[in-house]
Design a protein around this ligand. Structure first.
Ligand SMILES: [Zn+2]
Length: 686
């Protein structure tokens, strides 16, 4: 071999003095690199198994838990075997290239990083280089972060010595553990990169490890044929874990383990295969809502004489992040007295479902009357109010209902304390007057309810008496829940923030009364979405999930001349635009996906046929479809489907998707394909 030494010789040179017992190290006893890679992935599976076992037993009990464990280990084994084959191939084709493995690992890691990481690293990039910088920075940061994988390989190589190689194994285990604790319920790409790095450092540090003599002898005692059969069984098990689709219940359970990063990849593989070989067509378009509504006729106002549209003022003051239970559970009545009093003289919709899981996604749909998948989302341009860019609908041409109000001569006014709700960012249009209320002190993120409402009150005091639509959204209830001071639990502080909003709303009512406008005013209040508080795992605040603690919101309409009442029919925040247009005697555009609640307010009964949906922003890729009492939640990222019977299971624990999902999925996909989005989960969630 001349100057070049074989791998075995090099390994011998390195390991020779550290084989304490006796015999010279032989090839057969050292663990091969291919095996260490498999061991690395099994380490990840073992750590994940601990977290799986620690989860509360899901409905379905062990019939969900055991397949969950088996699929998770099987898929990790498949990942290990696949990587092992790649490593073996590399050794065969480039046996002497010291840095070939490292170079290839670096190239592959950067490629993976550039594909998957940008979405997850947008926020970090803005933090590092300032908001609103070009996309190239996000790629640069993604590439840099993906270098953690080759770095793990290098560190493992340094630790590749007896007595210290356990450190590499331990760091791998620690990485897999951290992966299950940090960033719960989100950032799937970061979780994937961490698990790759953890498996790599464990594997790399084990290369060349020598099996203890005893283990080696035991291994030798097993006939070769038996060893081959065992390997065959392992390969078959891994293959089955990848080829077979687990049930919906198992898939949802798997998607809740943040450190288990292989299942979503396998699920996407299944989705891809079923897209390539579709076996059934999307449900036929049926009914007026499952047809394109581009040419649908505008809906005339209901003319029920509820209010005089020529004298009308509509004031809509919404409160951020307010869960529905705060307005229905009597234990909050004493803590939110103003809101409860106002709701008592209003028509209260006890089953109001919001359109989205966050302010931007919710109001983008409310103001345009269209669902997330019907709207054009593009990265916003940095503006003085919103230097940090984010997906917005400023390039979407859909008519905002405020434009229709303004065109009809109704004064449209807003006071925004949250930048995306200022017309400058393009979500809202057609505002005759718009002001941004800056926080009074630098340590506040947003102007508080009182500061914002003072401006609205001032505007009401000088109102000329004409028709008006006034919209204010109060953003106080927001992490870290310190707007009302921090005395009790986080939840207590959050309720206190909502109470502050209630006090502010009372000031608006008082101003309307003093100005003599109250008996001409329809006053709308409620919320744009709720708040998680860990009712479901990984759901601390909002935005990322569609469970009821985030989507079920309070909403009430105080209409002059009407007594307070409660309507229990499920309605949607999508109905707000058509309702406000109808109150002013205006028609609703045919394209709008909501329906007026004016007949319901007028006591004419509730006859609503539009589909009720809720969505996250596209980044989180979740959509819910309500067909009372059932609710379907589809996750297009993990390819999971959940169905809950809200009448029997309001906490959404018992996933009925295995028996219920197919028909609802057909309807959802028909809606998405008819109205503009490719059917994403048709087969994927089967
Ligand atoms: Zn909000």
């Amino acid at each position: 071999m001349g100057q070049q030494r074989t791998i075995a010789e090099r390994r011998r040179a390195r390991l020779g003095p550290v084989n304490p017992i006796d015999s010279p190290v032989t090839e057969g006893r050292a663990i091969s690199p291919a095996t260490t890679v498999t061991v690395g992935w099994l380490l990840i599976a073992a750590v994940n198994a601990c977290f799986i076992v620690m989860e509360p037993l899901p409905p379905g009990g062990v019939s969900v838990r055991i397949p969950h464990l088996l699929f998770d280990v099987g898929q990790a084994l498949a990942a290990g075997l696949l990587c092992g084959v790649a490593v073996s191939a590399l050794q065969r084709w480039a046996p002497h290239g010291r840095f070939v493995g490292l170079s290839i690992t670096t190239a592959v890691s950067v490629a993976i990083g550039l594909v998957v990481l940008p979405d997850d690293l947008m926020g970090l990039t803005a933090l590092l280089v300032g908001p609103g910088r070009s996309r190239a920075w996000v790629w640069l940061v993604s590439a840099a972060c993906s270098l953690v994988i080759p770095a793990a390989m290098l560190v493992g190589r340094i630790l590749r010595r007896p007595r210290i190689r356990w450190i590499g194994f331990g760091v791998g285990a620690a990485g897999a553990t951290v992966n299950n604790v940090l960033l719960p319920g989100d950032y799937p790409a970061i979780h994937l990169v961490i698990s790759l790095a953890a498996a790599t450092i464990a594997a790399s540090s084990l290369v060349g490890a020598v099996l203890p003599e005893r283990v080696h002898k035991m291994r030798e005692a097993v006939p070769q044929i038996a060893r081959r059969v065992a390997l065959g069984i392992a390969v078959a098990a891994a293959l089955l874990a990848v080829v077979i689709q687990p049930s919906h219940r198992v898939r949802v359970a798997m998607s809740r383990i943040d450190g288990a990063t292989i299942p979503p990849l396998v699920a996407r593989g299944h989705a891809l295969v079923s897209c390539l070989f579709p076996s059934d067509s999307v449900a036929e378009a049926r009914g007026q809502w499952l047809k394109s509504r581009k040419d649908a006729r505008d809906v005339p106002p209901s003319n029920l004489g509820l209010v005089d549209p020529d004298q009308l003022i509509v004031v809509m003051v919404t409160i951020d992040s307010m869960r529905a239970e705060l307005m229905t559970d009597p234990k909050y009545a004493a803590r939110l007295p103003r809101l409860w009093a106002l709701a008592a003289e209003s028509t209260y919709f006890s089953q109001m479902e919001s359109t989205g899981a966050g302010t931007v996604v919710t109001y983008s749909q409310i103001f345009t009357g269209k669902h997330v998948f019907q709207l054009k989302w593009t990265q916003s341009r940095p503006t003085p109010l919103m230097p940090k860019t984010q997906p917005m609908i400023h390039e979407d041409e859909s008519v905002r209902f405020t434009e229709l109000l303004s065109a009809a001569g109704i004064r449209t006014v807003t006071f925004a304390n949250y930048a995306p709700l200022h017309p400058e960012t393009g979500m809202l249009r057609g505002l005759d007057e718009a002001a941004f209320i800056h926080p009074e002190s630098d340590d506040q993120r947003f102007a508080l309810a009182k500061e914002t409402i003072d401006a609205a009150v001032e505007r009401i005091e000088k109102h000329d008496g004409g028709r008006m639509f006034l919209f204010v959204h109060l953003i106080d209830p927001h992490r870290p829940y310190d707007a009302a001071g921090q005395k009790g639990s986080k939840f207590d502080n959050y309720v206190a923030e909502i109470a502050l909003c209630g006090i502010a709303i009372e000031l608006v009512v008082k101003a309307l009364k003093e100005r003599g406008l109250w008996e001409r005013t329809v006053f709308i209040s409620g919320s744009d979405h709720g708040e998680g508080f860990n009712k479901h795992k990984g759901l601390r605040a909002h935005n990322t999930h569609l469970y009821e603690e985030v989507i079920h919101v309070p909403m009430f309409f105080r209409v002059p001349g009407l007594e307070g009442k409660v309507i229990d029919t499920m309605v949607s925040a999508m109905d707000l635009g058509p309702t406000i247009l109808d109150l002013f005697g205006l028609q609703t555009p045919g394209e709008y996906m909501g329906q007026s609640l004016v007949p319901a307010l007028a006591g004419e009964g509730v006859n609503l046929s539009r589909p009720i949906l809720a969505s996250t922003l596209k980044r989180f890729r979740k959509t819910a479809l309500y067909q009372p009492p059932f609710k379907l939640i589809v996750n297009d990222r993990n390819k999971t489907a959940e169905v809950y019977d809200l009448s029997k299971d309001p906490d959404e624990r018992d996933n009925l998707a295995d028996t219920m999902a197919d028909e609802m999925l057909k309807d959802l996909n028909a809606l998405r394909s008819v109205h503009g989005l490719a059917p994403a989960t048709k087969k994927a969630s089967r």
